[in-house]
Design a protein around this ligand. Structure first.
Ligand code: ATP
Ligand code: MG
Length: 404
């Protein structure tokens, strides 16, 4: 199979845009006699004039051979074995060329059969993700007509989308992610396949879906992504509780949060909230509504211990039955969500003293409160007061303990 080669005069990608750490890894692999290219997302992003997030490499070297060439290299993954090469503070992901059968419809449980550079492109998901960049010649190597598709902003599956989605249903979520992120058009057969294969999504690994969801929420395109999941019928499968509340028109506040988070990520990337903060945005409006209803029929106000229990329950309920949050993430969310009712108690009359509690993740709770105050300007003064006390609290010298 002969590839189409795009010279620098045509693609015009300056080599300076390539991470020097990726270039070092390629050079080392080359010197040891292996083939190595930059591949996938970063090549696509450079053609579409988006800043690449990370540089993935593809090579003829086997994992053990890669490991032997670098001082700090770790082999990870069972389903998909690859090497993480550490260069300074950077981690470069290096995968060995592998092959796959694009017509086989059974679920891929392990993808570690080595192949050559053509086979490796053909087992990738979409044509725009199937391009190699060779830094030595500064050319793009295209076996799948991906360059033309990228220029046309067209998302096309490599091979038959029905089979490719059945083999690995996560590809459907990736399709919606690229649609949300780049506004690409989707080829018609892939749209039909998406509707036909969507129930297969529950066969995929929840950890991979959760990772794609988290990556999207922190990408600056969380709002369009969640809307696309809903429009294409994936939300009732993946997040049924949220989906139901959207359908009943009870939860528009979530989209206000998502829009605000997107605008922060895109305009002030350094301020990107942590994962537990933006996941809390998916749960907070539901929790607030639930607590309001609960407290209506009570004489005594709810105390924070009860609220914490409700928050715990609501987090589990919001992601069940498919997604399971890692413990660290969910306990941070409990802390963030419970603290919101310290800032703004459900019973408005109740006066709160601004005392900084000794709880984990209070700084994240405050970050979430800031998010709320951006959406609801009436909360800004209160947020600033708490922020002031928090900063003062942090400046306090640590308490002396008496030596025995
Ligand atoms: P992002 O910008 O979110 O990182 P990406 O396309 O780079 O998007 P990665 O998960 O980093 O996504 O994957 C790197 C490359 O590996 C992809 O560009 C694609 O070529 C290939 N790939 C990733 N996931 C799959 C999959 N499920 N099936 C086939 N190929 C895949
Ligand atoms: Mg990537």
């Amino acid at each position: 199979m002969t590839p189409r080669i795009y010279e620098k005069s045509e693609h015009q990608i300056p080599k300076e845009k390539i991470d020097p750490a990726a270039l070092i890894v390629i050079e080392t692999l080359r010197k040891a006699g292996h083939i190595a290219y930059i591949v996938g997302g970063s090549v696509r992003d450079l053609i579409l004039s988006h800043p690449p997030k990370d540089f993935d490499l593809s090579t003829s070297a086997k994992p053990e051979e890669i490991k032997r060439l670098f001082n700090r290299c770790f082999l990870i993954g069972k389903r998909f074995r690859l090497a993480h090469v550490h260069i300074g503070s950077k981690v470069i992901e290096v995968a060995t060329f592998r092959k796959g059968d694009n017509t086989n419809e059974s679920l891929i449980v392990e993808d570690n059969e080595w192949g050559n550079e053509v086979e490796d492109v053909l087992r990738r998901d979409f044509t725009i993700n199937g391009l190699y960049y060779d830094p030595q010649t500064e050319t793009i190597i295209d076996y799948v007509d991906g360059y033309k598709d990228a220029k046309k902003s067209l998302l096309r599956a490599i091979g038959n989308p029905f089979a490719r989605f059945k083999q690995d249903p996560v590809r459907m979520i990736r399709l919606l992610k690229f649609r949300a992120r780049f506004g690409v058009l989707i080829e018609e057969t892939a749209i039909t396949a998406l509707f036909e294969c969507r129930n297969e999504i529950l066969k995929s690994s929840q950890a991979r879906i959760l990772e794609e969801l988290l990556r999207m929420l922190e990408s600056g395109y969380g709002d369009p992504f969640i809307k696309l999941l809903a429009e294409h019928g994936f939300l009732p499968l993946l997040l049924p509780k949220l989906s139901e509340s959207f359908e009943q028109g009870q939860n528009d506040a979530v989209f206000e949060f998502l829009k605000e988070i997107d605008s922060i990520v895109l305009s002030e990337p350094k301020k990107t909230p942590s994962r537990s903060v933006f996941l809390s945005a998916l749960v907070f409006p539901l929790l607030e509504r639930h607590l309001r209803l609960l407290s209506e029929n009570r004489e005594k106000p709810m105390h924070l211990g009860e609220i914490q229990e409700e928050a715990n329950f609501m987090i589990r309920d919001a992601f069940a039955p498919f997604l399971i949050l890692p413990k660290k993430l969910s306990s941070s969310m409990v802390s963030i969500l419970t603290s919101q009712f310290r800032f703004t108690p459900i019973e408005k009359k109740k006066q709160t003293r601004q005392r900084i509690p000794a709880i984990p993740d209070f700084n994240l709770a405050l970050q979430f409160f800031e998010l709320r105050s951006r959406i609801e300007p009436g909360l800004q003064t209160l947020y600033q007061e708490w922020d002031y006390f928090w900063k003062k609290h942090r400046e306090r010298p640590p308490k002396r303990t008496r030596r025995r």
